[in-house]
Design a binder for this molecule. Structure first.
Ligand code: FES
Ligand SMILES: [Fe+2]
Length: 435
């Protein structure tokens, strides 16, 4: 593909609709962004034993993360070096001590090195022998992990994982620090769903504080009515009613929640939900944290102002409730999303149940929250495919945000600085100068 001029599609306060609909632009995104940046593969607790593997898509590449005998984690292309057959056909499993190709039984160690080529005499005198690296399964250029979260990059050059994550590292620190043992463990099943819309809608929507009081109003108001009735009857209502009723907060409340927007497109939506009730479960949990970390650290950990953290271009981590949503784009108008949640190691079961309630009530595709968002994004995709207009507006509060050291802080929670900032990062990536 010839070099496209992405600059003409992205203005400081609006973008051309084609960035959401055009196949060539999508392909360029895969090449310049997803197949270069550090992409989240999964949590190390998804593959606890030697030979455990989990298939994962990085950009357009079918890959797999696998646990080796020495405990290290490898990320390999899911492709046999002989004639190209995929080595694993399942999403996850255990391959034992080696991968054995189902076509001609070439086998490979868990780090991708060829182990055996059956009937080797047929290769005598050819280039294909065990010492030729072309006989090994190709590995991701780089693999690293942060607090148990495993990432891979298909580019040999570029920022390190800590550099790439930058201030968004707080997502993983905040999640793990909430465990008395400083670690989380994946709940081994996720919701896996295809959004009928471009991946960027999801990323924009995560920090769009203007839409909840509109899109989620009916759910918020209904939940609020039930919550009030239960409170009147029992003195208090379970926390999960609050998860839903806060969506009906007033515009002024939403506008007072700040967004922080980092140069690589990462971002933070500050907290707006009260998550520290004074019930016995919470008090027991907080006592465990105090025992582990002391009072000051516990206070620091529990009072961070985070609703969720974005790792651009594909991750939304809701650390206070141990949720993680990861995007795997498929085409301009199709995006696979994985919705995971985690257990805080060493925390009481009730704290896990709380996270599960959130997972099922808000983040599951079957809820009235996520489903209403999905409908908006699908309709956005349809709208932008039409001839009804060429531009998408991000003018809200333009020029009214505070910028310090390349970080934009919104003065209004509902400012469209989120989208403006994400597209600045997007343009840099697309021109190959985001290092
Ligand atoms: S394609 Fe894998 S062994 Fe032949
Ligand atoms: Fe929403």
């Amino acid at each position: 593909m010839g070099r496209m001029n992405f600059q003409s599609l992205v203005e400081p306060d609006r973008v051309h609709k084609s960035v959401y609909t055009d196949q060539k632009i999508f392909d360029a995104e895969m090449e310049n962004i997803f197949e270069k940046v550090w992409v989240y593969c999964g949590h190390e607790s998804q593959i606890p034993n030697t030979g455990d593997y989990y298939a994962v898509t990085i950009g357009r590449q079918p890959m797999m993360m696998v646990r080796a005998a020495d405990g290290s984690i490898n990320v390999l292309h899911n492709r046999c070096p002989h004639r190209g057959v995929q080595l694993v056909g399942n999403l996850k499993g255990n391959t034992g001590g080696a991968f054995v190709c189902s076509y001609h039984a070439w086998s490979f160690h868990l780090d991708g090195k060829v182990r055996a080529i059956p009937l080797a005499r047929g290769y005598e005198g050819t280039a294909m022998n065990k010492s030729n690296p072309d006989c090994n399964v190709k590995r991701a250029a780089r693999v690293d992990s942060y607090r148990g979260f495993v990432f891979a990059s298909l580019a040999a050059e570029g920022p390190t994982l800590p550099e790439f994550l930058g201030d968004a590292r707080i997502a993983f620190d905040d999640m793990c620090d909430r465990s008395p043992l400083g670690e989380v463990e994946v709940v081994p099943h996720c919701h896996r769903m295809i959004q009928q819309s471009n991946w960027k809608f999801f990323m924009e929507n995560q920090l769009d504080a203007l839409h909840p009081s509109v899109t989620h109003q009916s759910t918020g108001i209904s939940a609020g009515r039930v919550e009030k009735r239960i409170k009147e009857q029992n003195g208090s209502a379970p926390l999960h009613y609050h998860y839903l009723s806060t969506f009906a907060s007033s515009f002024e409340q939403w506008d007072s929640v700040q967004t922080i927007n980092f140069p690589r497109g990462h971002g933070i939506l500050k907290a707006y939900m009260g998550l520290r009730p004074k019930d016995p479960d919470t008090l027991e949990y907080e006592a465990l944290l105090q025992k582990a970390y002391g009072e000051a650290k516990t206070e620091e950990y529990l009072s961070r102002s985070i609703h969720h953290v974005l790792v651009y271009p594909y991750l939304s981590v809701q650390s206070p409730l141990q949720q993680l949503r990861c995007l795997r784009p498929i085409s301009p108008d199709k995006t696979l999303s994985e919705i995971w949640h985690f257990r805080l190691k060493g925390a009481p079961e009730a704290i896990y149940r709380r996270s599960l309630w959130y997972y099922n009530l808000v983040n599951s595709p079957a809820t009235m929250i996520n489903a209403d968002d999905l409908e908006n994004w699908t309709k956005a995709q349809w709208g932008l495919t039409s001839n009804g207009g060429d531009w998408v507006s991000f003018h809200r509060n333009y020029g009214d945000d505070r910028v310090e050291n390349g970080v934009s802080y919104s003065n209004h929670g509902t400012s469209e600085v989120v989208m403006r900032s994400q597209f600045q990062a997007w343009t840099k990536y697309m021109h190959g100068d985001a290092a």
